[in-house]
Design a protein around this ligand. Structure first.
Ligand code: PLP
Length: 385
C-alpha cells in the first residue's frame, strides 16, 4: 500500500538512538540539549524548547502569551484539529477564518474582517503554513503591529520551507513557532515537537511549563547546608518533555531534512508537469517568493467535471493500493465546534476546498516510477465515466 506520507529511517538514525539508549540519561540529558541547539541553529531562532508533540507546543505557546478564559484566537479552519483544540484546551474562544483559494493559507482580508467584527479584541492569530507553503507573514506582521495581536506560526508542515530565501523566516515574523516531529512530518522523532522563539520571557515560561511549572531545583553539592532535594513550583505546568531517545533520532533526522525536502520537491515537480494541463485538476500554487517544502501535495479535483464522486475515486485508488488522504475536514464543521459556536457558520472557501482536495503520496522513499503509476491511475479513474 502506498500511503500519502511515510518516514525514512537511516542506519545513522538507528546508531544514534542506540547511543542514547546506552547513555546515562534517557530523558532531558545531553541529546535533548544538543537537539535544541541544532534546532536553534537550523531555524535561526534564539531559543528552542523541545516538547512531546506539536499539540503540546501549541498549548505551551498559548500559555506563554497568557491566554485567558474566553479570549479570542483566530485560527484557519483548514488545519489539523490540534490547531484549534489547543485554543479550546487553554480556555480560549476559537474564531475560525477562511483560507484563500490560491495557497490555502489564512485569507488576510477575512482575518481583518474578523478583527473588526470583534472590535479589535483578538489575543492571537495562529497561522498554519499549510502543506509547507508559508502564510503571508509579511501582511500578518503588519496586522499584528497595527492591532497588538500576538502571532503564532503552526509550522508543523513547513520544516525546510523558506520565505524570501530565509529558512529561519518563521521566527522572524511570528512571536512563537510550533513544530511537530510526528512520524509523517518532514522529519521525525516518532512523536515530538518544539517551540521556537526569539523572546527570552516566553522561552523561560515555556521551559518551566514543560516540566510541571518547576522553576527551581537545588543542585547537588558537597556543602552540608544545601537542601538538594528541594524544588519549587510557581505555575501549573505539564509533563511535555521529549526523551533523549527521541532527541537522538531528531538530531540525526534534522541532518537529512534538506535531502528529504529536495526529494519532495522533485516529486511535486513531476506531479505538476503531469497534471497541470488536465482541465478537472488544479495543481498547488506556489508563490514565487517562497520555497515550498511540500509536506503535502494538495491536488484540487473538480469532481463535478470528471463525473466520478470523491468517495468513489478515493476507494478505487485504495483498491489499487494507493491510499490518498484528505487534508483536512474543515474544523468548524466538527460536532464539538458546531455545538459550541453554532451550526450555521459557513466558510465558503474552506468548505469548497474540502470537496475538491486530495493529498497525493509524497515522501523520500517514493520513486518516480511509483509516481508514474499514481498519475496513470488518477487519469484512468477520473476519465472513467
Ligand atoms: C501534525 C500537526 C499538528 C499536531 O502535531 P502532533 O505532533 O501530532 O501533536 C498541529 N498542527 C498541524 C498543522 C499539524 O499538521
Amino acid at each position: 500500500m502506498i500511503n500519502y506520507n511515510k518516514q525514512h529511517i537511516s542506519n545513522s538514525d538507528i546508531i544514534n538512538v542506540i547511543k542514547a539508549l546506552k547513555s546515562s540519561n534517557l530523558t532531558q540529558g545531553k541529546y535533548t540539549e544538543d537537539f535544541e541547539l541544532k534546532l536553534q541553529s537550523y531555524f535561526r531562532s534564539k531559543y528552542a524548547v523541545s516538547v512531546s508533540s506539536g499539540t503540546s507546543a501549541l498549548i505551551l505557546a498559548l500559555r506563554a502569551i497568557g491566554l485567558k478564559k474566553n479570549e479570542k484566537v483566530i485560527v484557519p479552519s483548514i488545519s489539523f484539529l490540534a490547531t484549534a483544540n489547543a485554543v479550546e484546551i487553554c480556555g480560549g474562544h476559537t474564531l475560525f477564518a477562511d483560507i484563500n483559494e490560491e495557497d490555502n493559507t489564512l485569507d488576510i482580508n477575512y482575518v481583518e474582517s474578523l478583527i473588526k467584527k470583534n472590535h479589535n479584541k483578538i489575543k492571537a492569530i495562529i497561522g498554519v503554513d499549510y502543506a509547507g507553503h508559508p502564510c503571508n507573514w509579511i501582511e500578518l506582521k503588519k496586522i499584528s503591529n497595527k492591532y497588538g495581536i500576538k502571532l503564532i506560526n503552526d509550522n508543523c508542515h513547513a520544516m525546510g520551507s523558506k520565505l524570501n530565501g530565509n529558512q529561519g523566516y518563521a521566527c522572524k515574523y511570528a512571536d512563537l513557532v510550533c513544530q511537530s516531529y510526528h512520524a509523517i512530518k518532514n522529519f521525525t522523532t516518532g512523536e515530538g515537537g518544539s517551540v521556537l522563539t526569539n523572546n527570552y520571557k516566553y522561552f523561560t515560561k515555556i521551559k518551566t511549563l514543560r516540566s510541571h511549572g518547576i522553576t527551581k531545583r537545588e543542585e547537588f553539592s558537597k556543602s552540608m547546608n544545601k537542601e538538594f532535594w528541594k524544588y519549587s513550583m510557581t505555575s501549573l505546568g505539564y509533563n511535555f518533555r521529549l526523551t533523549d531517545i527521541q532527541s537522538a533520532l531528531g538530531i540525526s533526522q534534522l541532518r537529512s531534512l534538506n535531502k528529504f525536502v529536495k526529494k519532495r520537491r522533485i516529486i511535486a515537480d513531476f506531479y505538476n508537469k503531469s497534471l497541470k494541463s488536465i482541465s478537472c485538476f488544479r495543481i498547488p500554487f506556489s508563490n514565487p517568493n517562497i520555497f515550498h517544502s511540500y509536506h503535502l501535495y494538495p491536488l484540487k479535483i473538480y469532481f463535478n467535471k470528471c463525473e466520478v464522486s470523491k468517495t468513489k475515486f478515493m476507494n478505487k485508488l485504495y483498491n489499487e493500493g494507493i491510499k490518498l488522504q484528505v487534508n483536512y475536514i474543515p474544523i468548524h464543521t466538527q460536532k464539538y465546534y458546531k455545538k459550541k459556536y453554532g451550526e450555521n457558520r459557513t466558510l465558503k472557501v474552506s468548505e469548497n476546498f474540502y470537496k475538491s482536495e486530495v493529498s497525493l503520496p509524497i515522501y523520500y522513499d517514493l520513486s518516480i516510477n511509483d509516481c508514474k503509476k499514481i498519475v496513470f491511475k488518477l487519469l484512468q479513474i477520473t476519465n472513467d465515466r
